[in-house]
Design a protein around this ligand. Structure first.
Ligand code: FE2
Ligand code: FE2
Length: 220
């Protein structure tokens, strides 16, 4: 099968998949990770969320007007709400139904995520104003069509980026019960077009160019 080619590669775009690390100096969030840890086992969030935070930091390197703390804490917590939904429905309704992106279970994981953020963030030293900025991003992060702030845009891009990496691409195939080829079609036909920031888009291209090669998507 003929594969698409994208302009950006690891040669010009620092990103997680190439082994690069973010250039900026970011605050230590170990206390937030520890507070969130009981909620991370569901739906591979202990893999998805660390990768999302790192992608957010690569974008923050190029977006000096964004608030890095709000963006990173929102990225860290955005999916913790999956831990409180009916586990049997995560795959059937959250991934394999016709309306999976707007399904009730998707809305629930956003609402429960806001609840958990409000429960744990005061103990991490954050005030109400900060917590509201975080929950404004978590609320609707999958079901809302538009972003409403730069920090929201960066979080949304970071959330999508792992899907272009072999790890997220593989989990997507499993969760949607489809082949990697099908996931590739979803990435090129839908998700790539949803990337918002120039840095996020460049990383998506670089990651996907590599993933197509690594996973032999020309054949498999
Ligand atoms: Fe989500
Ligand atoms: Fe996510």
């Amino acid at each position: 099968m003929a594969l698409p080619t994208y302009a950006h590669t690891f040669a010009d775009t620092p990103t997680l998949g190439s082994g690069a690390t973010p250039a900026g100096t970011y605050s230590n969030l170990d206390h937030v990770w520890k507070a969130a840890e009981p909620f991370l086992r569901t739906r591979m969030n202990d893999v998805h969320l660390p990768m999302t935070v790192m992608y957010a930091e690569f974008i923050l390197d190029q977006e000096p007007d964004a608030d890095p703390e709000v963006t990173r804490v929102a990225a860290l917590l955005h999916d913790v709400g999956w831990s409180r939904v009916d586990g049997d429905k995560i795959l059937t309704e959250g991934f394999r139904s016709d309306n999976f992106l707007t399904s009730d279970i998707r809305v629930q994981h956003e609402k429960y995520g806001c609840d958990i953020a409000r429960e744990i963030l005061p103990g991490c030293g954050y005030d109400d104003a900060f917590i509201t900025r975080v929950t404004d991003i978590i609320d609707g992060h999958d079901t809302r069509k538009e972003h409403h702030s730069l920090e929201d845009a960066i979080m949304r891009d970071s959330d999508r980026l792992w899907r272009f990496h072999p790890t997220g691409l593989g989990f997507s195939a499993e969760w949607f019960a489809k082949s990697p080829q099908w996931v590739l079609g979803d990435l090129t036909g839908r998700v790539m077009g949803e990337m918002i920031t120039p840095t996020g888009r460049a990383m998506a291209e670089a990651e996907l160019n590599a993933s197509m090669r690594i996973l032999r998507l020309d054949i498999l």
